[in-house]
Design a protein around this ligand. Structure first.
Ligand code: CUA
Length: 325
């Protein structure tokens, strides 16, 4: 079997074989076309060479409609096939399945800081159960990093000020390399670690120990400490409050002052905390101060977890409902 050749890293996720199959096809196609063209060039050069000074110079051929249609239609079908195949794979890789286990990842020169929903933290190590879908929400504290696990065939840029998501389903227990795949400074090459895939029962035991504050608990605490509750009170629906209520906010369409709507997701909540006047909710004064510089990326993710926990809108897509738990 070709996957036994030591040319590929371990295939340790459900997507690995699919990615490899596409690559193998591309490599095969490249080898075939290279051999065909080089072979024909050589063959024609020998077969139709001019053998002596007395040989007549042949007449130029003006064209052959059948040949030209053939060499246009065949490559067109091949590249369109490749396009459909790779686009379908890309969509599959970029849409986490419903109910995926959530892990937050913050890249920071030069380490990976990870936190599970129940609060368990890790540095340069990620423990996951075999057989379950895991969705990572990634961001960076400083520069662009790239989260790369070759055995799972997943790689994504981790960009400051933005949330990237990535998912995989590990297939068998083991320890797999984790790399930073974007040059990020002096110790870039050392910014790596391991993904440790465990049997589900062993993983539950590992996750249960030494958790501390859960993400939502930490977010709730920050919400109080930063004074957010002063304005974002969820009192009776008709009582006035200075800021929009958070109950049922997550995943809903927010109508903005001056027209337009925005979906209340990670990027929107983050922007509203750092740059409150960028998108003001219809009917509220733009009086919120910025919280830029008052929290790090991990705390931001905790606050977002808290906002999620305050309630998911009815119209939210199913994936977001799972994420709120
Ligand atoms: Cu982080 Cu390279």
């Amino acid at each position: 079997m070709w996957s036994d050749l030591p040319l590929w890293p371990d295939q340790a996720s459900t997507s690995a074989a699919q990615v490899d199959a596409l690559y193998l096809f591309l490599i095969g196609l490249t080898i075939f076309l290279t051999a065909l063209i080089c072979g024909l060039v050589t063959f024609f050069a020998v077969r139709y060479r001019r053998r002596g000074p007395g040989d007549p110079v042949p007449e130029a051929i003006e064209g052959n409609t059948r040949l030209e249609i053939l060499w246009t239609v065949i490559p067109f079908c091949i590249v369109m096939g490749l396009f459909v195949w790779s686009a379908a794979l890309y969509v599959h890789l970029s849409r986490p399945p419903d109910g995926a286990m959530q892990v937050n990842v913050v890249g920071k020169r030069w380490m990976w800081k990870l936190q599970h929903l129940n609060g368990r933290r890790e540095i340069n190590e990620l423990h996951v159960p075999a057989g379950s879908a895991v969705e990572l929400t990634l961001t960076s504290e400083d520069v662009i990093h790239s989260f790369y696990v070759p055995a799972f065939r997943v790689k994504a840029d981790v960009v400051p000020g933005r949330y990237t998501s990535m998912w995989f389903r590990a297939t068998r227990p083991g320890t797999y390399h984790l790399f930073c795949a974007e040059y990020c400074g002096t110790k870039h090459s050392g910014m790596g670690g391991s993904v440790i895939v465990m049997e589900p029962a062993a993983f539950q035991a590992w996750l249960g120990g030494d958790t501390g504050e859960s993400l939502v608990e930490a977010g709730t605490r920050l919400f109080g400490e930063l004074g957010c509750a002063t304005c974002h009170v969820d009192a009776a629906a008709d009582s006035p409050s200075r800021g929009p209520k958070l109950a049922g906010l997550w995943g809903s369409e927010v109508t903005l002052h001056g027209g337009g709507t925005v979906t209340a997701d990670e990027a929107y909540v983050r922007e509203s905390i750092l740059d409150p006047t960028a998108k003001i909710t219809e009917g509220y004064p733009g009086v919120m101060p910025t919280f830029r510089g008052l929290m790090n990326e991990e705390q931001m993710l905790q606050l977002i977890a808290y906002v999620k926990s305050r309630g998911v809108a009815e119209s939210a897509p199913p994936a977001r409902k799972e994420a709120a738990q």
